[in-house]
Design a binder for this molecule. Structure first.
Ligand SMILES: [Zn+2]
Length: 213
């Protein structure tokens, strides 16, 4: 079966409940995920989760400091969000983040001009919404999986429904020939250098325009 690669990404952590469960699901299948952290969630109780995920081969990325709509911010405020998050990440794992996902996928030209990281979106199943059932999550994820694709999910506290969905979805996709890789691995495997010099937000690493929005 042809080999396919996909990057599962998780927003709004870290925490000590759902984040470790998510990481383990990928480790059990020999894969890795990417975690987009909210800087303010990196605290004494959670820093060890960040470190162990990193040491286990998962990727750590930035989802801002305060999870605000950054289109309302000045350039200085945007820079502060990015710098403070990277300071916290660096204290945990020894280096900065490379990728950025805007909170609420809200972005504008000023953000592209100010933030020197590739912007990542991804295809999701609105799993931050408790009214989306586990069954709907499973169906949506199986439908949205594609080679080179980025999947957008949430490892927020109490999101056990997504953990449950992944228990079904990941083995099913593995059966279809998918490998679960980090964002950096996905770009590298597809031979794509992520762009930061023009306004593009990625949902598949092979896209060259904002075709998913
Ligand atoms: Zn978020």
């Amino acid at each position: 079966m042809a080999e396919k690669h996909i990057a599962f990404t998780f927003d709004d952590g870290p925490n000590t409940t759902v984040t470790p469960l998510v990481a383990k699901l990928f480790e059990d299948l020999g894969g890795h995920a990417t975690f987009f952290l909210v800087g303010n969630n990196i605290i004494d109780e959670t820093v060890e989760v960040v470190r162990s995920n990193y040491l286990n081969g998962h990727e750590i990325a930035s989802h801002s400091l305060t999870h605000s709509d950054m289109t309302k911010f000045t350039a200085d405020e945007i820079s502060y969000e990015m710098e403070q998050t990277d300071i916290r990440v660096k204290a945990a794992i020894g280096h900065d983040t490379f990728y950025f996902r805007p909170p609420y996928i809200a972005y504008d030209q000023q953000m592209f001009d100010t933030i020197d990281k590739p912007f990542i979106c991804g295809r999701g199943v609105d799993d931050w919404d408790k009214s989306v059932t586990t069954e709907q999550r499973i169906e949506g994820l199986l439908e949205k999986a594609e080679d080179g694709g980025i999947i957008l999910l949430h490892d927020q506290e109490d999101n056990y429904s997504t953990v449950k969905a992944l228990e079904t979805v990941l083995p099913a996709l593995k059966e279809q020939g998918y490998e679960f890789v980090t964002l950096s691995e996905l770009f590298r495997l597809k031979g794509v250098k992520p762009l930061t010099d023009r306004p593009i937000i990625y949902s598949n690493v092979m896209q060259t325009e904002n075709t998913y929005e």
